[in-house]
Design a protein around this ligand. Structure first.
Ligand SMILES: Cc1cc2nc3c(=O)[nH]c(=O)nc-3n(C[C@H](O)[C@H](O)[C@H](O)COP(=O)(O)OP(=O)(O)OC[C@H]3O[C@@H](n4cnc5c(N)ncnc54)[C@H](O)[C@@H]3O)c2cc1C
Length: 415
């Protein structure tokens, strides 16, 4: 089958790779001169297969006023005159029930475990260089209530196959000595030894080369502008380099998926959640963490990437504008410096901002639309790197009408 994949982030490239391995003739369309130039470029770098609990949870409801009124909150909401934003928020609030949060956790864990297995297979099969480490992840809590909630979550996830253990503050510092500076504040932590970290940008670029070797036609510097349709069939993708005809089309346009498909009446419940990252070059071996760390209090993640330390955080529900807010970068830098003061030269940090393509229930949208040959693989929110390979496999299995390795209905558009 001729398949046209739209978007060259980690999701589009993983999809193209999986489809080419299935024997399809694949063209990938990306507007930049290389892949992974947008949200997949400098994200948190955590392959966080066991930390997939959705943002939509009853525990966030008391925090909503803080999101609206505090400029220093980890999550910030600025209401816009935008019906799409309001619809997204209403669906988010509807998803904030204990039952839905638990069901979503179980479904995302299934996709996470599949992705982890596939990552191990890809690493085994391909010569990829992407600062990949299996270093485990430690989430530390500075308040008793947060830690208790995390312990209950870990107990629930243990029944679903997660291997995690709760540690007290001293054990957290013993595991990751770079935490010593805030050791007195740490109430406890959850350690997941099987978690991994890597550079998403390098991964995506290496996988794109492997996909090219398998026959994928990478059509870079090519702007996609719309779809030519006839009835309920898509005939061609319209691009700056001319029309691309294919038998099937897969939309992997990240946070742009929604506006690009709205005119066709295809509803994609994706809204951007802006975030920021800092990259500390030449991280200090003593002062920077070697285990991936999440500071639950500030909602900031730290991942070692070779000689570098990647720091990421902030969730801004502030609209489609991808520009950086200097005050948010300054806040993230201050929090990182206070947590790991000896991690390296903070004056040398590189800053970045990206737009997480988020759905209200934190689950990606994978499957067919009402156009018979138009498929979606998008909406991976804060977990796109983690879930990329499993999502690509699911899409390829659906397209081939094969038996699915996990429950596909959980991720279907219009679920
Ligand atoms: C601060 C931050 C930290 C994060 N940390 C993590 C983490 O630790 N672990 C994790 O798993 N995930 C993390 N994520 C989430 C992850 O980065 C995203 O889920 C993932 O990158 C989404 O990939 P994508 O391919 O869907 O989107 P993108 O990477 O944005 O790819 C979409 C592509 O489509 C292209 N495109 C769009 N419109 C057009 C057009 N009209 N024509 C042609 N091309 C077009 C874009 O140029 C882009 O390359 C983080 C995100 C942020 C912002």
């Amino acid at each position: 089958m001729r398949v046209c994949v739209l978007g060259g982030g980690v999701i589009g490239v993983s999809t193209a790779y999986a489809l080419a391995r299935d024997g399809h003739e694949v063209t990938l369309v990306e507007r930049h001169a290389d892949v992974a130039r947008e949200t997949s470029h400098a994200n948190g770098g955590q392959l966080s297969y066991s930390y997939v609990a959705p943002l939509a949870d009853p525990s966030v409801l008391p925090k909503l006023p803080q999101w609206l009124f505090s400029r220093d909150a980890a999550l910030r909401f600025v209401p816009r005159l935008d019906p799409h934003q309001w619809r997204w928020c209403a669906a988010f609030l509807r998803a904030c029930t204990r039952a839905r949060s638990r069901a979503t956790t179980a479904e995302l864990l299934g996709l996470g475990f599949l992705s982890q297995r596939l990552m191990h297979e890809v690493v085994e099969r391909e010569a990829l260089s992407f600062d990949y480490v299996r270093n485990g992840k430690l989430v530390v809590y500075r308040d008793q209530e947060g830690f208790e909630g995390a312990r209950h979550q870990a107990e629930y996830q243990a029944k679903l196959g997660c291997v995690q253990r709760a540690l007290d503050g001293a054990a957290c510092v013993a595991l990751e000595p770079a935490l010593a500076h805030i050791g007195g504040e740490i109430v406890g932590g959850i350690h997941t030894p099987g978690e991994e970290a890597a550079d998403c940008d390098q991964f995506t670029r290496c996988l794109a080369r492997a996909a090219q070797r398998d026959g994928v036609n990478l059509q870079l510097a090519t702007e996609f502008s719309g779809l030519r349709t006839k009835g309920l069939r898509v005939l061609a993708a319209q691009t700056s380099q001319g029309d691309i005809e294919a038998d099937a089309f897969v939309v992997c346009l990240g946070f742009q998926s929604q506006p690009m498909l709205a005119s066709l009446g295809v509803h994609v419940p994706v809204y951007p959640l802006k975030g920021y990252s800092l990259t500390l070059p030449n991280a200090n071996a003593q002062g920077a963490p070697r285990v991936s760390v999440t500071d639950a209090h500030h909602k900031v993640v730290y991942a070692p990437l070779g000689e570098r330390l990647r720091i990421a955080g902030m969730v801004d529900l502030t609209g489609m504008n991808p520009h950086a807010d200097d005050a948010r970068i300054a806040l993230l830098t201050r929090q990182a410096r206070e947590t790991f003061p000896n991690a390296g030269d903070y004056d040398a940090i590189q800053t970045w901002t990206g737009m997480r393509p988020a759905t209200p229930d934190s689950k990606p949208v994978i499957g067919a639309t009402h156009f018979r040959n138009l498929w979606l693989n998008t909406g991976h929110g804060a977990l796109g790197f983690t879930l990329a390979l499993g999502s690509a496999q699911l899409l390829a299995d659906l397209l081939a009408e094969r038996e699915l390795p996990i429950d596909g209905d959980a991720f279907a558009p219009g679920r």
